[in-house]
Design a protein around this ligand. Structure first.
Ligand code: PLP
Length: 393
């Protein structure tokens, strides 16, 4: 019950939605304007150009009023026909959800299975592509940053696997919890459709999502037969805004313009460096806790640790939900829970968006107190380990 939380600032350390900076909140309070007005159109076009810079693409971008799921669905219905096959690289809850959506839409799904703690092997992806000599696979779907496990997929290596096998499949990447927090290079990595959302690295409320779309994907779109109307890219191209079959969510664009200004004022590469530094602080803390048979990093692949979210695996016999509830009810700190089969086993610390050292340390301090209160074994002093790192980083 959020109305009965203790006094003081609500510390929000969920992996999305994320904290909204004051200047974005103010920008979002802009009065409604006519979305066909020339003044708004200028702001709008500036936002689309800015999104392209964040996606590192010079190709098309289409936008939707809807959360990330809308952009997932837009990619599938615009690119595929009933009975087409997609190759889903298993990463965790979100790769599974994308696969379920594809099945519901009448798409055949082949999965490259993976251990969620270690992540998919790129050799297995390449083997699946090499075995598909008839090119039945029309698209490869990869979640860049699996928000449920705190693990990254090396997209450049997946591109290399496609190239090495000469496989013509489209390459679809979910960048929902990486974009604007971790490096993503749509054009350089040959991504044909990149899915993004407003409520994570872009520091906006939930409600808008978008897809970067390559020329190759536009050609595939021309032949796709799955039913679509609101999501149809062809319909969008006929609109003045080249997106939104319907009213444009104007206020979100005032917020987006400010978000892009903040990101570019800091510098995209500096934004990534800040995320990387804060993430490492969190990991130093968790590794310290784990010393006394305590909670441990869920992701076991050192080269795949996410810089936007850390999933923390509870010791056997201890429930992550108890830690989460205590952090919230005693200390007004909101962290994420475990998703799907990880429910109760994992809690997640979001460290993306508008965030600095004191915010991270406050969260870690509250979580460490919650571990103590809930009698979860851990080596005390994890916050000190994070401080020692962050002071020097
Ligand atoms: N993909 C990833 C990696 C996510 O983290 C999320 C949401 O957290 C989604 C997809 C679904 O997006 P939404 O909840 O905005 O529909």
């Amino acid at each position: 019950d959020l109305t009965r939380l203790p006094r003081g600032r609500h510390f929000f350390a969920n992996p999305g939605p994320t904290n909204i900076p004051d200047s974005i909140q103010h920008a979002l309070s802009h009065a409604s304007v006519d979305f066909m007005d020339g003044g708004f159109l200028t702001l709008y076009e500036g936002c689309v150009a800015g999104l392209k810079r964040v996606l590192k693409t010079t190709q098309e971008v289409f936008l939707y009023t809807g959360s990330g799921h809308a952009a997932w669905e837009a990619c599938l219905v615009n690119l595929l026909s009933a009975g087409d096959r997609v190759l889903i690289i298993e990463s965790g809850h979100f790769s599974q959800s994308w696969a379920r959506m594809a099945i519901d839409l009448g798409i055949e799904v082949q999965v490259v299975a993976a251990d969620w703690r270690r992540g998919a092997e790129i050799a297995a992806v390449q083997a699946a592509l090499a075995a598909d000599t008839g090119h039945a696979i029309k698209a490869v779907c990869a979640v860049h940053n699996e928000t449920a496990t705190g693990a990254v997929l090396p997209l450049a290596q997946i591109r290399a696997a496609l190239d090495a096998t000469g496989h013509p499949a489209l390459f679809l990447a979910d960048t929902i919890s990486s974009l604007g927090s971790m490096d993503f290079r749509m054009d350089e990595w040959g991504v044909d459709a990149a899915v993004g959302g407003s409520q994570k690295g872009l520091m906006l409320p939930v409600g808008m999502s978008f897809t970067g779309v390559s020329a190759k994907a536009m050609a595939a779109h021309a032949g796709s037969k799955l039913p679509k109307h609101y999501f149809s890219w062809t319909n969008m191209l006929g609109r003045r805004h080249r997106s939104f079959v319907g009213t444009v969510p104007v206020t979100l664009f005032y917020g987006l313009a400010e978000a892009l200004r903040l990101i570019e004022e800091e510098g995209l590469e500096q934004v990534f460096a800040r995320h990387s530094r804060l993430a490492e602080g969190v990991r130093r803390c968790v590794r310290h806790w784990s010393g006394n048979k305590g909670p441990a990093l869920f992701c076991e692949s050192r080269d795949r640790l996410s810089d936007s979210v850390t999933a923390v695996l509870m010791p056997e016999g201890h429930n992550a939900e108890a830690v989460r509830r205590t952090a919230l009810q005693r200390f007004n700190v909101s962290i994420g829970g475990g998703l799907g089969p990880l429910s109760g086993k994992v809690f997640r610390i979001g460290h993306l968006g508008d965030l600095n050292e004191p915010m991270i340390l406050g969260t870690l301090g509250a979580v460490e107190m919650a571990l103590r209160i809930e009698g979860v074994p851990h080596a005390p002093g994890g916050v000190g380990a994070a401080m020692a790192y962050l002071a020097e980083a």
